[in-house]
Design a binder for this molecule. Structure first.
Ligand code: NI
Length: 138
């Protein structure tokens, strides 16, 4: 892999703040922190453009006593066969279930899956975590 060095001009105060935060977070140096920021920038762009392939996880905490939620969750997952790669289900207690679905595919379609799942009655909390497939990130 070819590496390019480049100079960046920033106000002293901005750099001081940045250095404080990256030290707190345990970065070994500025370059690694900037590389991570660039990767996040690229991933966010991919999700906004909605063209290429992206990946992510949809986490849901739900109450399985809620009349329709279990059936609706299953129906929805069967509807998006090509995007849903895998899922894991953990019984938290007598009523609550934690489910994580791993998704891959078109960004727009994945957002649609997340919106439909997370808005179901009975789903108490949840989130779509957006990442890339790795190919776009060096
Ligand atoms: Ni369960």
């Amino acid at each position: 892999m070819k590496i390019t060095r480049f100079g960046v001009s920033v106000p002293d105060e901005l750099l001081a703040k940045f250095d404080r935060i990256i030290e707190e977070r345990g970065y070994v140096n500025r370059s690694e922190a900037i590389r991570d920021l660039m990767r996040d920038f690229i991933v966010r762009h991919e999700w906004e453009e909605g063209e290429g392939e992206v990946a992510g996880t949809i986490t849901m905490l739900y109450n399985h006593d809620e009349a329709e939620v279990v059936k609706e969750l299953l129906d929805l997952q069967h509807e998006y066969l090509s995007e849903i790669v895998s899922s894991i289900h953990v019984h938290m207690d007598e009523h609550n279930c934690l489910e994580v679905i791993i998704v891959k595919g078109n960004a727009k379609r994945i957002k649609e899956i997340a919106d439909r799942l997370l808005s179901l009655k009975g789903v108490k909390h949840g989130k779509l975590v957006m990442t890339g497939t790795g190919k776009e990130l060096v």
